[in-house]
Design a protein around this ligand. Structure first.
Ligand code: GTP
Ligand code: SPV
Ligand code: MN
Length: 593
């Protein structure tokens, strides 16, 4: 166990309130993991998959109300509502704590309370932070074990008087004496809470067992709380993948990319280049923590230790490296279950076997308009298993970032790629990312365009206007030529309902262009919105796409951009304080058309 008095006192305090039948300190060992999984299988809340097909892998089905993040029940609880800003739900910390104390009291009755010490970031890195999560969900324990560095090593780092981010989680389903448990205990949507307290750096979550609502190291800690730490300490916590890319000459660079939820980070992070001689390796697929190094460059670590990835459409065609990663030691949630205890989903690359159960545990009717796998069904798998994991993925210093990409899911207007003229222009581009809503969150209208600045709309732990200022300020901390170059990309432009760009592996062509631009190759020309590739600047050799199609996917239409810029203006108008640089940058673009 631990000698850390603060931790012991905190655990005891919450034990009194939550009233579990027992307390289990997680050591993170394989024995412990197996014991928890075995218990879940015997209680019927997990299915062990066919050992010959998916060794050491398990299958879970959630409740209907618990299939994704719930933004309407996610709160930033700062003393002053201004500190949550216009893009977050605010609640007073005092009021929220009073309200939640009522639901926490006795919430773990009849259950085990697990104490999970974990490190976000490589063990012992000066970029890493320790958290401790309490939970009554064994599902959460086995997931946190993959997604974070969980257990004894984290406790050792904490030592006698180290500090930690306290994370409290309960599914909110106490069991009375003799009461039988359900397969997926949780609360109805309006009784769920995902609360961040930025001033005291605490996380309180209640009523949900799924994904970002319950694996508190991920969005709550590594983004919402970490973004506040980053603001205070001068670094960046971002919703970004990190990849390494090597050109045919053997030169390597690292790229970070922010796309909103379910907009292609996992896919790009482990892309297999279709152009000969190039190689991509994966550092992370969802979150990047970035600090300036002594050399004045921006260095990034992936705080996570696994992938919690979107399942549908993952196949040997679209994302072979993800597909290979999830063949063993993987947890699957809300996909289909075949009669021989394998998993199936839409876009896996072969027909649904007869007798497959859908995510609601009903025999799947192939003629149904409903999918077999829930659209936000996920896999949870160790990063170390990825065939192209970067040798530096666990490197305490992280990797130096040469370029940052921003992107969203946009059917119209936004071209395949353009480049910011400088840092502040890049910050403006990030701040104006819009994206069509996906199924990664409950209760939003899928397909509607919304502002998702820096892909951080659901994840910024403070006022988004202050966050923009923080990005502007970061650009002043080093020499201009040491800052990453910034690009905007869009894989999702459509014509007559069809994607104009093939995407997936072919996105490597865009990465190669970015790489060459980082070496200042003369392959770009100016446009009103930024630098765009010269004709022939992007290698389209061997691709079934004509120069004419390229023109379409790169088109910058004045009328459409008037619309886009007025959308931008409207968005900026919701802020009471916005860095003046952003309006200046926006005006420059307006004037250049
Ligand atoms: P989160 O884990 O929610 O943060 O999502 P993510 O950004 O990692 O998205 P992911 O890579 O899982 O992709 C989400 C969906 O977009 C999947 O269904 C992919 O098949 C699809 N997708 C990814 N890349 C492309 C692309 O280049 N083109 C097209 N058309 N679809 C893509
Ligand atoms: C996202 O929604 O951006 C995710 C999935 O990465 S979750 O962990 O549920 O937030
Ligand atoms: Mn994400």
């Amino acid at each position: 166990m631990t000698q850390n008095v603060k931790l012991l006192e905190w655990v005891n305090y919450w034990k009194e309130i939550l009233n579990p039948k027992s307390v289990h300190w997680c050591d993170g060992s394989e024995t412990e993991n197996q014991m928890i999984l075995d218990n879940m299988v015997s209680s019927g809340s997990a299915v062990k998959l066919n050992e010959d097909i998916k060794p050491n892998s398990y299958y879970f089905q959630t409740d209907d109300s618990d299939v994704a993040r719930i933004e309407s029940r996610t709160f930033i609880c700062s003393n002053d509502p201004k500190d949550a800003g216009p893009t977050n739900n605010w609640e007073s910390p005092k009021k929220m704590k009073e309200e939640m104390m009522k639901v926490y009291r006795g919430a773990m009755k009849g259950r085990t309370m697990y104490v999970m010490p974990f490190s976000m970031g490589p063990l012992g890195s000066d970029k890493s932070y320790i958290g401790v999560q309490l939970t009554d969900s064994p599902y959460v324990v086995v997931h946190m074990r993959i997604m974070t560095r969980l257990g004894k090593a984290a406790l050792d780092i904490l030592g006698k008087d180290g500090t930690f981010i306290p994370c409290i989680h309960s599914v909110g389903y106490p069991l009375e004496e003799g009461q039988k448990d359900v397969k997926w205990p949780c609360c109805p949507i309006e009784e769920k809470y995902i609360c961040q307290f930025p001033e005291t750096k605490e996380i309180w979550s209640f009523g949900s067992g799924y994904g970002g609502n319950a694996l508190l190291g991920k969005k709550s800690f590594a983004l919402r709380i970490a973004s506040v730490l980053g603001k205070e300490e001068g670094w960046l916590a971002e919703h970004m993948l990190i990849l390494g890319i090597t050109n045919p000459k053997g030169e390597k660079k690292y790229v970070a990319a922010a796309f909103p939820s379910a907009c292609g980070k996992t896919n790009l992070a482990m892309v297999i280049p279709t152009i000969p001689g190039w190689k991509v390796e994966t550092v992370g697929d969802d979150i990047a923590w970035m600090k300036f190094g002594k050399d004045g460059r921006l260095w990034a670590v992936n705080p996570e230790n696994g992938f919690f990835g979107v399942v549908p459409q993952t196949s040997m065609d679209t994302n072979p490296n993800a597909f290979l990663t999830i063949q063993k030691n993987t947890l699957f949630t809300n996909v289909g279950l075949t009669p021989n205890n394998d998993v199936w989903w839409e876009g896996i690359g072969y027909d649904c076997p007869e007798g497959t159960l859908d995510w609601k545990n009903k025999v799947y009717d192939k003629t149904s308009s409903q999918p077999c796998a829930q659209s936000n069904s996920r896999f949870t798998t160790p990063i170390a298993q990825c065939p192209v994991v970067d040798p530096a993925y666990d490197e305490p210093n992280g990797v130096p970032i040469s370029a940052i990409l921003f992107g969203g899911r946009r059917q119209t207007i936004i071209p395949l790629i353009y480049e910011a003229k400088d840092w502040n222009h890049g910050v403006m581009i990030g701040s104006l990312i819009g994206s069509e809503i996906t199924s990664a969150a409950i209760g939003l209208k899928e397909g509607d365009l919304r502002n998702d600045p820096f892909a951080m709309k659901p994840f910024c732990g403070y006022n988004m206007g202050d966050y923009f200022q923080h990005w502007i300020d970061m650009g002043k901390k080093t020499d201009k030529d040491k800052l990453p170059k910034i690009f905007c990309v869009n894989w999702f432009r459509k014509e007559n309902g069809k994607f104009l760009w093939p995407g997936y592996g072919e996105n490597s062509r865009i990465l190669a262009y970015v790489f060459d631009r980082c070496n200042d190759e003369d392959i770009a020309i100016d446009s009103p919105i930024g630098k765009i590739p010269k004709p022939g600047g992007i290698n389209i050799e061997g691709l079934d796409i004509t120069e004419k199609d390229m023109e379409k996917v790169m088109r910058i239409d004045k009328k459409e951009w008037e619309e886009e810029l007025s959308r931008a203006e409207n968005f900026y108008n919701i802020f009471t304080h916005l860095p003046k640089e952003l309006r200046q940058e926006l005006k420059k673009i307006k004037d250049s058309f």
